[in-house]
Design a protein around this ligand. Sequence first.
Ligand code: DC
Length: 679
Amino acid sequence: MYTTAFLDLPPLLEAGGAVRLPGSKSISNRVLLLAGLSEGTTVVHDLLASDDTRVMLESLRLLGCDIQQSGDTVHITGLGGKLAVFKAELFLGNAGTAMRPLTAALAVLSATQGGMFELSGIPRMHERPIGDLVDALRPLGCDIECLGKEGYPPLRLRGGKLNLTAPIRVRGDVSSQFLTALLLALPLVTQDRALTIEVEGELISKPYIEITLNLLARFGIQVQREGWARFIIPQGCRYQSPGEIHVEADASSASYFIAAGAIAGIKEAVRVEGVGAASIQGDIRFVDAAQAMGAQVTSGPNWLEIRRGTWPLKAVDMDCNHIPDAAMTLAVMAMYAEGTTRLRNIASWRVKETDRIAAMACELRKLGATVVEGQDFIEVTPPAGAWQHATIHTYDDHRMAMCFSLAAFSPLAPKAPGQNISVRIDDPRCVGKTFPDYFETLFQVAQTNLDLIPVITIDGPTASGKGTLASALATRLGYKFLDSGSLYRVTALAAVSRSVSTDDEAGLEQLARKIGRELTLRFEAHHVWLDGCDVSDELRREVIGQTASKISAYPGVRQALVELQLSFRGMPGLVADGRDMGTVIFPDAGLKVFLTATVKERAERRYNQLISKGISANLEKICADLEARDLRDRTRAISPLVPATDARLLDNSALTIDQSVDTVLGWWVDGWPHVLVKS
Ligand code: DC
């Protein structure tokens, strides 16, 4: 998961290949609650690991369920309809799929068995209405107090006395989650009678109710449905664990890859595994919508393959009530369509993680679209020509971040082909709500030209702090990291251990060519593995550094390592440190930094480093050694250590690491978007 402040997406040119998507959020949280209410143990496979499922699992644990988790399989031993804990404070983040059903379940459980429960979330959760559910539960005798604003969480459930003789009524036109909450919870109190729920107003998002009914049936509860207005829960229901249950991949998450296929599946199809034509999720109907816009889709029971069909995409005028979440993806697909796309009947967008109609309109306009928004619709007309570079604000809304990643296919925009727009996604970690590895998965199927992938180079002499600076920058930007010195050190280590003489240029060149090929090389979490062995400590040895310094002067060795260094350039970007990153290896880097700390300062740093590791050291000797190395690096015939003509010099002698990182990050941010892409 990218946890950076922002993520710059390189312009993307094509999409293709297979992805397996994480489990459905709607199915995961319903299954967890049902398993938590059942008797016995349920083994849930392929559970979504995300913020919303984490808060549900944590709540069930606090309520006394036994939960054992290994990978994406969870064993849950449920309560069997009986409270095990009578007082609990549950924090539910921004998870509507946890807040609503837990409210209903705990309200009826505490009204029959006693107890007091508080349910709260993040500030946005406290702005998301729950009044219709509270209004449905209070007439049944549930004692529910809204602790902040009436009709909104946080809530306190204080028991009450259940009276089920009155009809149970719930509004269905704001969120279908209120009805889902009642359907999931009311089987708990059917000992004496069947219960009928009557829906007031036109029920929205019906497919989500189908998921609820489908999963209730898997747990032994057959609800009868009369149209979409009356739901009858039979007398004497008991939640029966199905033993094992598999969670389908999330159909809403699939929408981004379906869209990627429709926009950029030019030579190859995008294949989505884990969800397909047999899905019980309403958002699978997004496939029809994408087809209406031009996507070419083939499917099996649990897979989909999507290619570009009609191009440019066709603008549509569509009622999206049945696919509210996935419909957001259509709004961004509209940027690649001819004409104006109108998405109707989407009032529920306004009460989701953020006001999605307003958010979508604001961010699409940044790219240059013309957008008309209404209370329950949005109209998107793509820019008549070039798009604009945009920093996309994501409103702590996972779907905003995922949808707008599709704007990175801007070079394919029908009206401005070949444009390279920079799309900066703010707060990319918000995808953690449902799809923590979303961007990694996108980069698996998205393709671009290497020269469109941004590079920052950090060059400078020995012990100037390049490595520390470059690696911290890479972390802050979510970029890949190349410590090119380590490749020379690896070559030196391989030479020493194979007794290849430092005078044998041809032998060293041959050896260098094997690095990353016959001799496998892996970088992971500040460790380096060569041929399966962790050589991180060995590489830092003084003798290896000296050998590396010598052998790096041989043109053959340098040439042998070029391809390996270039191969580190990957999405979403690269920070590379060394001596010739900006001059020779990545001359097209968007930002080149050259460190110029004094020999004295560098020697002191090296000295302190060695002393802190308990290694004895002599400052004067270190100074002399650095000077000798500087001289060798500066005066060698090939790739001498010099700043690139367009490098920015940074004397970090008097700067802390954080100050250096902030300085370079500042240069990067100030130079945006021009430092990212050349054209
Ligand atoms: O940065 P370092 O000390 O780990 O690098 C080890 C040696 O490799 C160094 O003495 C110079 C050489 N080197 C080089 O010539 N070109 C690079 N791009 C990186 C390192």
